[in-house]
Design a protein around this ligand. Structure first.
Ligand SMILES: [Ca+2]
Ligand SMILES: [Ca+2]
Length: 401
């Protein structure tokens, strides 16, 4: 904003304090601000400084909507900051500066609250309406990955293996095939290395884009991280060219302690994997982990990785023979489902939601031939059916109507 002229009108006065109307005229807009000035010499200087900064069109600071920690980039870390400031109130921005377009939005008054690193809560009010709410997350999604000025990279605190709670990634089945999908779970902590007072978590899953192809991943937050009343702020952003998916999860209710499933992701394997002769091993890893407790201190976490073996369907291994010899039907299913097996024995099964919650688990006697499964109580949707066979676990995706 370029200010063409500036007039100060003394509208009212009293012995102790006065009310000064400051009229700023710019080439694009006209501002009228009422500023209460305590009539003391030092405050006059402060007021003059404020006036000069406004005259320069800069306000007290510039908010770029979505960059909640004001480090120059919008990403999943900003969601953690937003979650921490949720439901707080402060001075709104001027009416013409309300909104989430990617441009600098001047703030004329700082909020009384600040994050422990000093960042003012005004940056969390992305849309500028004077309250930090779920609506402000729209700015993070809308402007995700955009930068301004010089980016100060986010800082991550790595924990030692065996000392810090792990953030681990595990395939639900040992081997997966081309032209199929794999379900992987992300778990935080163990019974021996629990987390305490968890507010939110941000992390990046890294995979080989040459193996998994275009846009192969879906992520579903886990039941544990979303447990209890209050809900969860969720941000999921993919960079398919780099083979990365950035996840941010922030609890809106009470903080969480213990260990459990942070999420499940499904990854589709292309039907013609480059370089796949009989099998290929590929690493899936977690990086850039930030776990924040309710006091906004970092909890160091050890980020784990896993090796996944992908098998070529043309070279039938014992596992792929298992895949092919056990049939599940009808799909989609209504009311009940059948497992049909001839060469293998099924000792039991589990049906779980995509977020990892086990909904049904039963042992099976004489698990050969045609085995019925009742689906009572399952809402329509997609589920994972895990069969315990004499040749190891087998995962099938099922759809209930
Ligand atoms: Ca940021
Ligand atoms: Ca807001």
């Amino acid at each position: 904003m370029f200010v063409k002229n500036l007039t100060i009108n003394q509208k009212c006065n009293s012995k102790k304090q006065g009310c000064t109307l400051i009229l700023l005229k710019s080439n694009s807009r006209e501002l009228q601000l009422n500023i209460r000035i305590i009539m003391q010499a030092s405050s006059k200087i402060l007021a003059l400084a404020l006036l000069l900064s406004m005259a320069a069109g800069k306000g007290l600071a510039q908010v770029w909507p979505g960059d909640v920690n004001n480090n120059g980039i919008v990403n999943n870390i900003d969601l953690l900051y937003l979650g921490q400031a949720l439901f707080e109130n402060g001075p709104p921005r001027l009416p013409m500066d309300i909104g989430i377009e990617w441009e600098e939005k001047p703030i004329m008054a700082l909020w009384p609250q600040a994050f422990p690193d000093g960042t003012n809560y005004a940056f969390a009010d992305c849309d500028g309406d004077g309250v930090v709410s779920q609506m402000d997350q729209d700015a993070i999604e809308f402007n995700y990955g955009l930068t301004h000025g010089t980016v100060s990279p986010d800082v991550f605190v790595a924990g030692m293996p065996g000392v810090a709670p792990p953030l681990s990634i595990d395939a639900l089945a040992g081997s997966i095939f081309e032209n199929s999908f794999a379900a992987m779970t992300i778990d935080l902590g163990t019974s021996a290395l629990e987390v305490n007072d968890l507010r939110g978590i941000a992390f990046t899953i890294k995979y080989d884009p040459d193996i998994f192809g275009a846009d192969p991943v879906q992520f579903f937050p886990g039941e544990w991280i979303d447990s209890g009343p209050g809900g969860l702020l969720v941000s999921i952003n993919k960079d398919v060219a780099a083979g990365e998916i950035e996840v941010g999860l922030s609890r809106m209710g009470m903080p969480l302690s213990g260990s459990g499933v942070v999420g499940t992701f499904l990854i589709v394997i292309e039907d013609d994997v480059v370089g796949l002769e009989t099998s290929i091993e590929t690493v899936m890893s977690i990086k850039d982990v930030r776990v924040l407790m309710s006091d906004f201190n970092d909890l160091p976490v050890f980020a784990d990785s896993t090796v996944v073996t992908i098998l070529n369907n043309d070279f039938v291994s014992s596992t792929s023979e298992l895949e092919q010899s056990i049939q599940v039907y009808p799909l989609p299913a209504t009311g009940r489902l059948f497992i049909e097996t001839t060469n293998h024995t099924v000792g039991g099964f589990e049906i779980s939601s995509l977020s990892g919650k086990v909904l049904l688990a039963e042992k099976v006697e004489n698990g050969r031939g045609r085995i019925p499964i009742r689906l009572d109580g399952l809402a329509p949707g997609m589920y994972l059916l895990k069969l315990d066979t004499d040749s190891g676990p087998l995962i099938k995706k099922i759809i209930v109507q």
